[in-house]
Design a protein around this ligand. Sequence first.
Ligand SMILES: Nc1nc2c(ncn2[C@@H]2O[C@H](COP(=O)(O)OP(=O)(O)OP(=O)(O)O)[C@@H](O)[C@H]2O)c(=O)[nH]1
Ligand SMILES: [Mg+2]
Length: 409
Amino acid sequence: MSVDREGLESKVAILGLSQSGKTSIRQVIFEGFAPESTSQNPATVRINRKLFNLAGSSINLFDVGGQSAYLNEVFQQYQERTFSDVKAVIFVVDVSDAANIMRSKYYFDLTVENVKEISRTAKIYVFAHKMDVVPVNKRQAVLQSIKDIFEIDNMENAEIYGTSIFEDTLWDAMQKILALVYPKDDSKTLEIKDVVGAYDLSFLAVSTTHGLVLYSQPEALAGVNYERLRNELSNTFFPGMVMDYAIFSLGNFCVFMREIDNDLVLTSVFEHGPDLGDTRSKFLELSGKIMQIFQPDELIGQAKAKMKSTLSKYLENNKVREIATLERRFDVKVNVKCDICGKQVQKSILDVAVENSEKLERGIKITAGFGVTTIEMYPIHECIEGMREIPVFLDSDLEYRRYDNSRPI
Ligand SMILES: Nc1nc2c(ncn2[C@@H]2O[C@H](COP(=O)(O)OP(=O)(O)OP(=O)(O)O)[C@@H](O)[C@H]2O)c(=O)[nH]1
Ligand SMILES: [Mg+2]
């Protein structure tokens, strides 16, 4: 199946004064950071450009540093680079910084002008941001006054949302933007339609772990935060256990949720059948089909297949026993959290092996002594403080045992 890669990428620019919260928004939504961990963010220098892959399609995010020198540079020299081909521009206004509201408006007007000239069809989204600092009964008035000052009602292509990284409002606003700019792959949409038909589903959605819906049938505008739901369910019913999937009843419906890939969750809803076991096996079968649609790149698949035998040999050479039974656990992901940035890192021993294919002992350490063999793995992630690794200890069945604090590498 050939897909046009370029068609599967959307450019989004995010602008606003310095300290308004642009980088924090990027980190919380697209990089899995905990909101609190953004408090020491350094100012962004010039433009930070990052490509985020969401279920095979990408958002190319231009996070523009908000200090005057950088903003002036953008509007004097880099208009084309910043605004050409943008699908959406997010303009962030800090509601706690009333003193600078007119300066913010000045750059907003420049933004509107440039969008009009360079990317006529792009939408502009104003985030009246840091709403958490405004008392609840004043929020509507604050939103209205920014709406008036920014003259949003006079513009056809602009909308305003009150947002905060500490509240669901940011996710809701981002969901509306994604519904417009997320480059859906038509072939995936068709395959999903087929699955919904074949299994007589009432609803199916593929979303990020935090609930940004990427594909849904019928169309949905809000998702469920699976990470939160799973934690609540397991704390209530299965303390200390990590759930493979979640099943619950909702009126006449049966809801199943499952992570089908890193940060990708499948939700499917059936009408209640007479037999839960039957419905469960139907769900497991269909989630396998959906997983195939979202299979990572063929190349990664091949690298993993090759790595499997290398990893088996490596474990065997290091006196780890019963490799054949361990093999089926090679690609089971472990979920650990960085204590600095709060990011959830989900990696299997096979993922870590692929990352360290040149030198396995760099990422997977095996120590044997006194009849006990310990396997450790060191998944790496890009943290706010540079690259860090999180030591994960695996028991003899490759089950995750515990982890220590993340540490710089
Ligand atoms: N209270 C509150 N603080 C926030 C919110 N979003 C971001 N912040 C804080 O605002 C500060 C500045 O955030 P940044 O994301 O670095 O700001 P920026 O807009 O990227 O700044 P420049 O890179 O200089 O343009 C950080 O201390 C964040 O923790 C929010 O919704 N509420
Ligand atoms: Mg920044």
